[in-house]
Write a new protein. Structure first.
Length: 582
């Protein structure tokens, strides 16, 4: 067969080379027949039993989750369990069997099709993607009903498993878990965007992957040789021998680079001209601290505390109590062994909704998000502030407030911190009275009124992910406008450079904790703007450190004028590229 190339969305980096293993296509194509009046109750029971079996399956997967698996995996299984318990799946198909006498499979598929059609109507891209969760749950039940075997190959040796490329229309996060143990090489799916569950899991598992390939699962055949270029989102099927050779070399080079990088773990991050740079880690849960230390992080620059509040099980998805939060924050600061931990207060809303809050916002990215939500829920906010303050008695903690734009929001937030301190004093509880409080600069209005912030805050952290989203007016979770998301847009460059310059002039420490900080293509640009503190996912830290070790601020400086003066995107891109080669 002739070689061909497919283009999709890159979600997880690296090169994977192996033979395709096709997951059984969506099993929604089922037998349709009518059951007699006497058979109806037996058919109802058959479906109920299948649903109960899937409940047990999910529970087993949950119980057997490896300790080190990413937090999202447990949350995904919870979502599937919730869907399975919802009357829309657990009851409506039973009514269809009773009223229309459909066989169990037909009744279930009818209802799933109906729900899928309703999801297609939803405008919110994140919610629309959740359609696949319902279909995955439906497929699980159908597999039990029809007795279809597990999609995993039964006899795979260690060696072949590592080279297995999973190709599927879509993969449920629960199924992903089974592959995790088998060390598969990468995966390709027809569906999914940057923000789909499979993309999130792939990134956290560090496996090369490409999603949104439209019809890859129809075009690729079982055992075809496949190359995934995870950096480009390209899949090459049955590559010519010379192409395969090139990718093998690239893959080997990447592996060698990784090994080499690990030697830099203890090397101080200092530029060639002798400027020390602070490299920090972004974490979601306290369990992420050991890998952060392992990567040589000098502290935590961003603890996204909202992950403690999301995907919770139990009665009414109760939010974590002050004590539970305190334990998590204390665990993090203890694990970091004296290095500072910057805890960001709850940044809930937009694409990180709380299970307990009804979602009615017309445009959640512009709605009651982050600090806006916290100021509207003072009791909940105070409980979090007290928990963070109490943990500050156990090690250096800094408090970071997200999404501030108005002076009164800063003042109210600081007043709440003082109120939480007073409550702890009254209760005789210990905390660091001099705890530093900082602001995320991630709304253009904040970047444009920085004197308000430097006057009031101890430090600043630039959230480039949101700063780009709000400057360019594009939803960062929407794949339809993903091509407009550009960190090098002159407006973004202007806001970033002026924020770093103003903060530095005022003597207020400033860091970048958005994705730009972990992108080695932008390291020198940020150094040239005067940035001295970078916070990123631990897996990116050593590559950024290497870039810093090879950089000389005196050589970067003469190039910066051109970048900061021009409005021409092509000139900026060329100048940034040139920076990389000096
Ligand atoms: C950011 O906006 O850049 C950021 C670091 O925060 P988050 O990605 O959690 O919104
Ligand atoms: Mg943000």
């Amino acid at each position: 067969m002739a070689s061909f190339t497919l283009h999709g969305i890159p979600v997880s980096r690296g090169i994977a080379i192996g033979r395709a293993h096709l997951l059984a296509p969506a099993a929604l194509d089922v037998k349709h027949y009518l059951v007699s009046e006497e058979q109806v109750e037996a058919e109802v029971q058959r479906l109920q039993k299948a649903i109960a079996t899937v409940h047990r399956e999910l529970q087993t997967i949950w119980n057997e989750l490896p300790k080190d698996s990413p937090a999202e995996l447990g949350a995904f299984i919870d979502v599937h369990a919730l869907i399975l318990s919802d009357p829309m799946i657990a009851e409506v198909p039973l009514d269809i069997i009773r009223s229309r006498h459909y066989n169990a499979e037909w009744a279930l598929v009818t209802q799933i099709d109906e729900l899928s059609a309703q999801f297609d109507e939803i405008e919110d891209a994140y919610l629309r993607e959740r359609k696949s969760d319902i279909q995955q749950v439906g497929e699980r039940v159908l597999k039990v009903l029809t007795g279809t075997a597990s999609p995993l190959p039964q006899t795979d040796s260690e060696e072949t498993a590592g080279r297995m490329i999973v190709v599927a229309h879509d993969i449920s996060p629960a199924d992903m878990l089974q592959f995790k143990d088998r060390a598969f090489g990468g995966f390709v799916t027809d569906l999914g965007g940057q923000n789909s569950h499979t993309a999130i899991v792939a990134r956290s598992l560090d496996i090369p992957a490409a999603v949104g390939m439209y019809n890859a699962s129809a075009l690729i055949q079982q055992d075809d040789w496949v190359v995934i270029d995870g950096d480009a989102g390209v899949v090459i099927v049955d590559p010519a021998p010379n192409v395969l050779e090139q990718y093998r070399e690239r893959q080997a080079r990447l592996l060698r680079d990784r090994k080499k990088l690990s030697k830099l773990r203890k090397t101080p991050a200092v530029t060639r001209d002798g400027t020390a740079i602070t490299l920090l880690a972004n974490i979601e849960l306290p369990e992420d601290c050991p890998p952060a230390l392992e990567a040589g992080a000098m502290g935590v620059g961003l603890f996204r505390s909202e992950f403690l509040f999301m995907g919770r099980t139990g009665p009414a998805h109760k939010l974590p109590s002050e004590d539970e939060q305190f334990e998590s924050y204390r665990k993090a600061v203890t694990a970091m062994k004296g290095r500072p931990v910057t805890i960001r207060t709850l940044d809930i809303g937009a694409d990180k909704p709380l299970d307990t809050v009804e979602h009615t916002a017309l445009n959640p990215a512009l709605g009651l998000r982050a600090i806006r939500f916290c100021l509207a829920e003072p009791q909940m906010f105070l409980a979090q502030l007290r928990a963070i303050l109490r943990a500050s008695a156990y090690g250096p903690i800094k408090l970071l407030i997200p999404m501030l734009a108005h002076a009164f929001e800063i003042d109210q937030s600081l007043a709440m911190v003082e109120q939480a301190k007073a409550q702890l004093r009254d209760a005789g509880k210990k905390f660091d009275p001099l705890i530093q409080v900082g602001a995320m600069i991630e709304i253009p209005a904040a970047a444009l009124t920085l004197p308000l912030f430097v006057k009031r805050m101890d430090f600043l952290s630039i959230g480039t992910n949101d700063l780009i989203q709000y400057t360019l007016a594009i939803d960062r979770a929407d794949h339809e406008v993903a091509h407009l998301y550009n960190p090098l847009h002159p407006a973004v460059i202007y806001l970033l450079a002026s924020t770093i310059a103003t903060a530095s002039k005022s003597g207020v420490p400033v860091s970048v904790c958005g994705e730009m900080a972990g992108d080695t293509k932008l390291t020198r640009l940020l150094l040239g703007m005067g940035l001295r503190e970078f916070s990123m996912h631990p897996t990116q830290l050593l590559a950024v450190k290497q870039e810093i070790l090879n950089s000389d601020l005196n050589e970067i400086a003469p190039h910066m004028k051109k970048i900061l003066k021009t409005m021409e995107p092509a000139a900026i891109a060329a100048a940034v590229e040139q920076l990389r080669s000096i």
